[in-house]
Write a protein that binds this ligand. Structure first.
Ligand code: UDX
Length: 471
């Protein structure tokens, strides 16, 4: 049983703390925000994360999990300290590491015995070395010769399934520069080891890169399929079929090939920007990651074009938006496409009504002049178009008759491709998805999906005809 302190009680810190306590360790979760700690002591989780509440409660009840804002005390009482503080993007996209170095400095100023300092937050490659140097420097200033190690143990938690991802990870990555550090971390994760979870043991910098490489690759898969969706719109193809067939190739796999409005959230946007930034600083800029970022930006902006291609000038139009969180099963609206789309439509004079099963409270802090409604049908009332921005399950089986009656005009922009275009059209709706082919079948005019591709397609067709080539 290891005595652990976790600095930071966000998604990563709290899920890691509860999970490690569940493995039989003694865990103290620390946050400088006394409000947050008071709520946690009261059994309140400061954000929505499926099943996290009961894991926390279970471990608090059997006294394996405690909360405090007394950082020094927590550091003194633990041998292994996880740094799970925020690493938000700075102005130029670089990761802001001030909280990480602040935590490392406090550890160095407080420690009187061996400490294993573990980076859980996503940090640029090389941060482990900087943390190691900083701790050494502070100890020297204190004229203390206390042994310590630094390690990297990146997380791969998806919001909405973070507890599941912690308890049943595809792999545990342990990055160290010493056998002692490796042994301590292996011991901490022993329960996972017993059920054959693969353990990747490597050095610190490799572990740091594994995290970025994994997230950037997933983001690249998303930007790739979103580019394929634009080609589908130009040629009348169906990107869902393209993705399905691609995914049946075991080398590609079916996951993260859902075309949509572009990725959002607190990880992919931040991690791709940070990777682009530090790879450039290292003199080895990543062209692929830069392209992933550029494609994603365009994809997100193209959702507004889709709405305009259905309703024309947005001035005075009423648009209903279903879904505000950046993905289902979370109340997190950080970098949510829905919010970017709403602000863009409001800038063009649209009146926006919105509904989200969980995230209306968090969204209300970021939006102005939006009518939040109690359900999807109320949002649709009098709407010139309805936008499905987040694929919550309750939006997948809407009663089309009721919806049509509520709306002023039966138009749907399905940013998440949760509906069958033919079904919507048969029900009398104008339907635009993402990469769902032509409007009205194989000989129909190219979908007005994103104006540009239609114009380009017909110009190309014209040129090809002149040359006698196939359209
Ligand atoms: C991600 C990584 O999956 C996780 O391993 C890492 O630890 C943190 O970042 P998360 O950001 O919580 O997790 O959500 P995820 O489910 O990965 O979705 C990220 C974004 O990509 C969302 O905006 C989602 O809508 C979008 N997405 C995801 C797609 O557009 N298409 C897909 O096929 C999958």
């Amino acid at each position: 049983m290891e005595k652990i302190a976790i600095l930071g009680t966000g998604y990563v810190g709290l899920v890691t703390g509860a999970g490690l306590a569940d493995f039989g360790n003694h865990v103290t979760c620390v946050d400088l925000d006394e409000n947050k700690i008071a709520k946690l002591k009261d059994g309140k989780i400061p954000f929505y994360e499926f099943s996290l509440g009961e894991v926390v409660q279970r471990n608090v009840d059997n006294e394996r999990l405690v909360f405090t804002s007394d950082l020094a005390k927590a550091i003194k009482g633990a041998r292994t300290i996880f740094i799970a503080v925020g690493t938000p993007p700075g102005k130029g996209g670089e990761a802001d590491l001030s909280q990480v170095f602040g935590a490392a400095r406090t550890i160095a100023e407080t420690m009187t015995s061996y400490k294993l300092v573990v980076q859980k937050s996503t940090v640029p490659v090389g941060t482990g070395r900087n943390v190691h140097e900083l701790i050494g420097k502070v100890l020297k200033e204190r004229k203390k010769n206390v042994p310590y190690d630094v390690a990297s143990n990146p997380e791969f938690l998806r919001e909405g399934s973070a507890v599941e991802d912690f308890m049943r990870p595809d792999r545990v990555v342990i990055g160290t520069w010493s056998k002692k550090a490796e042994q301590i971390l292996t011991e901490i994760y022993r329960p996972l080891y017993l059920n054959e979870t693969p353990m990747v043991r490597t050095n610190v910098q490799t572990a740091e890169l594994i995290k970025y490489a994994s997230n950037a690759f997933l983001a690249t898969k998303i930007s790739f399929i979103n580019e394929m969706s634009n080609i589908c719109e130009a040629v009348g193809g169906d990107v869902k079929v393209v993705a399905k067939a691609m995914g049946q190739d075991r080398r590609i796999g079916p996951k993260f090939l859902h075309a949509g409005p572009g990725y959002g959230g607190s990880c992919f946007p931040k991690d791709t920007l940070a990777l682009a930034d530090f790879s450039k600083a290292l003199g080895v800029p990543s062209a692929i990651v830069n392209a992933t970022i550029a494609v994603n930006k365009r994809q997100r902006q193209s959702m507004l074009t889709k709405v305009e291609s259905l309703v024309g000038d947005l001035e005075g139009k009423t648009i209903a938006v279903l879904g505000l969180s950046f993905k289902p099963q979370t109340d997190d609206v950080r970098d949510s496409v829905a919010l970017e789309l709403i602000k863009g439509m409001q800038k063009k004079g649209a009146v926006v009504r919105a509904y989200d099963p969980i995230a209306m409270e968090t969204a209300a802090l970021e939006l102005k002049n939006v009518d939040f409604t109690q359900d999807a049908y109320e949002a649709a009332k009098g709407a010139d178009a309805l936008v499905i921005a987040t694929e919550w399950n309750e939006f997948r089986q809407l009663d089309l008759g009721t919806l049509k009656k509520a709306m002023k005009s039966a138009r749907v922009v399905d940013c998440r491709n949760i509906y069958d275009p033919a079904k919507l059209r048969d029900a009398g709706f104008q339907y635009l998805g993402v990469g769902r082919g032509f409007d009205g079948g194989p000989n129909g005019a190219p979908a007005a999906a994103s104006g540009g591709s239609k114009a380009k397609a017909s110009k190309k067709a014209g040129k090809a005809k002149k040359k006698g080539g196939a359209a």
